[in-house]
Design a protein around this ligand. Structure first.
Ligand code: NDP
Length: 384
């Protein structure tokens, strides 16, 4: 029996996780749930699932949650310290990390330090602080199970050989809504255009990241940390149908790939039931969906995000944390209609150019780089 703590249950991944969990009542118990702000959905989830404890990051939402969840008598914690307490308490042995952005760093790190199994969808903390998270997992014996579909695909494909036999990893990208757009069209893109993802249905931040290919940039760094593959051995291929999620090339030039419909319940279920594979009544891949599978090279001029990732990877230290934080801040400005779509590239590029990197010695170094990048992007966006 796995006793789950689901960090970010009100998000797109959190909701899908609860659907997967509901299929297997004899395998999973939900011990605790956390939300950011969404008291209404959180109260519905809590009344349906009845966890023992919950935490809400924004303490101002607690009164509304209490009113809506009347009749449920569990523990309610607030703030990031509440999230950390639930992530590390002994009563759960499996933590699903599904908060969006850097906000997931402290609770995810807390779970890793306690030696738990941790299913990670929340890629941003790995990008910011990969070496610290891996060191925490190694010291405590925690297991990291990737939920991100491409990393789940690498994890599954890599099982066909030994870790030293991997020559190359290919992450696929749908290409997002602007795959075939001109630079002029991208410059004029609205929030509504950017939020229309062709194949995946996801939260707003990752949907914008998919439109800029920044999601793939973050995934390159995530793959480097998760699988120990050098940046020179990580490629991105655009694959508009989102059926082949990743390919692993071995030393003998044999390539093993993982395929599946673009539905996050598949990688979530694998991360939860690993090492077992169970019938969760998910829709199967059909011949119809396989008839036209295309692959193309990404356009790194229109989408400079991939260059940012390789640059950040090569420089190392605090640079990936700056890439992540600058992007988070720029995406938030774009979603608030404060900057244009291509302003995201400009602000992230300027942050990387201006940053003086340091070695990642401890959490404070990472958090300081994160704060620096957010302040830099805010002041640059005002200057214009
Ligand atoms: P959503 O925006 O849909 O959900 C985010 C979750 O995080 C919500 O539960 C939200 O709470 C919570 N949250 C937001 N801010 C805070 C905060 N400051 N403190 C605590 N909790 C907070 O995101 P997604 O589910 O789309 O993505 C989650 C993560 O998974 C991201 O890192 C993303 O890159 C990754 N991922 C997502 C995929 C997808 O298909 N969606 C695919 C692969 C990876 P509330 O809504 O209550 O405010």
């Amino acid at each position: 029996m796995k006793d789950l703590c689901i960090l970010g249950s009100t998000g797109s991944i959190g909701v899908s996780t609860l659907k997967v969990v509901a299929q297997f009542p004899d395998k999973f118990r939900v011990r605790s749930l956390t939300a950011g702000n969404n008291a209404k959905l959180f109260a519905e989830q809590v009344l349906a699932v009845r966890p023992a404890r919950v935490a809400i990051a924004n303490k101002d939402s607690i009164p509304e949650f209490k009113r809506l969840a009347a009749g449920w008598n569990g523990d309610i914690l607030g703030g990031v310290e509440g999230l950390v307490e639930l992530a590390e308490e002994r009563e759960s042995n499996y933590v699903v990390s599904a908060i969006v952005g850097a906000a997931g760093l402290l609770p995810t790190l807390a779970a890793l330090k306690k030696g738990k199994q941790v299913g990670i969808a929340n890629k941003e903390p790995l990008v910011m602080a990969g070496p610290l998270m891996l060191a925490a997992a190694q010291a405590s014996g925690a297991t990291i199970l990737p939920i991100d579909s491409e990393h789940s695909a690498v994890f599954q494909s890599a099982r066909a050989g030994g870790p030293k036999e991997i020559r190359k990893v290919v992450l696929t990208a749908s290409g997002g809504p602007f795959r075939t757009a001109t630079l002029e069209q991208m410059r004029a893109a609205t929030k509504e255009n950017a939020l229309k993802h062709p194949t995946w249905n996801m939260g707003a931040k990752i949907t914008i990241d998919s439109a800029t290919l920044m999601n793939k940039a973050l995934e390159i760094i995530e793959a480097h940390f998760l699988f120990g593959v050098p940046y020179s051995g990580i490629e991105v291929w655009v694959h508009p149908q989102s059926i082949v999620h990743a390919l692993v090339e071995f030393a003998d030039s044999s390539v093993v790939a993982q395929l599946g419909l673009p539905d996050m319940r598949l990688p979530i279920q694998f991360a939860l039931t690993y090492p077992e594979r169970l019938d969760g009544a998910l829709p199967p891949l059909t011949l119809e969906r396989m008839k036209n599978l295309n692959f193309e090279a990404p356009d790194r001029e229109r989408f400079p995000s991939l260059n940012f990732a390789y640059d950040a990877g090569a420089r190392g230290g605090t640079v990936p944390a700056v890439l992540n934080a600058a992007n988070e801040q720029a995406v938030s400005l774009f979603l608030d209609d404060k900057i244009k779509f291509c302003g995201i590239f400009e602000l992230v590029g300027a942050s990387l150019a201006a940053h003086r990197e340091k070695a990642v010695e401890n959490l404070e170094t990472v958090l300081e780089a994160d704060r620096w990048a957010r302040d830099f992007v805010k002041s640059e966006s005002v200057r214009g």
